[in-house]
Design a protein around this ligand. Structure first.
Ligand code: URA
Length: 238
């Protein structure tokens, strides 16, 4: 059971103040009866709530796959920049957040949800969930780099070392600008960029392609998103 005004606000009908006004104005009905008290208790799983004659169905969890574009930040709100949450226009819930962070200039797979348990399972350092990145690198990436990545790199300083776990680096093309695919099993701050810096190279483009079992849908252009499919949900929850 929950308060009617809280329910309507959570379902994105308006802010708490706006929904209180709608309730007062007689725009909300519960099981066919107009209700004018904002603190009316409703059963979110049973009662039929209508706002301006349209049913408002209860959604407890939402899961979206976003192809994050460059220039957008992985936060829930910001005064200056567009956030990944601003891009999810269909959202019902107000408590969505991105699972992990991609840098402002990084593109690719980002899961947006309000399922805190799932986020914890995907991000917990002990779980070592794979993350796969495609990147363009200034300069030639070499077999020596592949070995260094496999051994683990110090992405900290000499005084304060910060070692990475073995990572699998695949060279796709090696030239003045190289293309690579990298699989890491952890998620340190700016990890991919810092790993390349540790071998004296610079990442010029970065895109996340996979996180655990979840692969970026190639049909999603940067900035586009879609709900997870049933199958994706089942795999990602395991
Ligand atoms: N590693 C980075 O350096 N940046 C990202 O956005 C993700 C991984």
């Amino acid at each position: 059971m929950m308060r009617l005004d809280k329910y309507l606000a959570e379902m994105g009908i308006g802010t708490r103040q706006e929904v209180k006004k709608k309730i007062r104005q007689g725009n909300i009905s519960v099981n066919g009866t107009v209700v004018k008290a904002a603190d009316t208790k409703i059963d979110e799983n049973q009662d039929e709530i209508m706002a301006n004659g349209q049913p408002v169905s209860y959604v407890s969890y939402e899961y979206y796959m976003l192809n994050k574009p460059a220039g957008v930040i992985s936060a829930t709100e910001d005064r200056k920049d567009t956030t990944v949450l601003d891009l999810i226009k269909d959202k019902k819930r107000k408590d969505l957040f991105p699972v992990g962070r991609l840098d402002k200039d990084t593109e690719g797979l980002l899961l947006i949800t309000n399922d805190g348990d799932l986020a914890h399972r995907l991000l917990a350092p002990k779980k070592h969930v794979d993350k796969v990145y495609y990147a363009k690198i200034r300069g030639k990436v070499t077999e020596e780099d592949v070995k260094q990545f496999e051994k683990g790199l110090n992405i900290g300083t000499e005084d304060k070392p910060e070692m990475t776990r073995p990572a699998s680096l695949e060279i796709l093309t090696s030239a003045d600008e190289s293309q690579i695919r990298l699989t890491i099993h952890e998620g340190k701050f700016h990890q991919v960029k810092r790993m390349f810096l540790a071998v004296g190279k610079e990442v010029t483009y970065l895109k996340r392609e996979r996180m655990g079992t979840l692969c970026l849908d190639e049909n999603l252009k940067p900035g586009e998103y879609r709900p997870l499919t049933k199958e994706e949900m089942e795999h990602v929850r395991k």
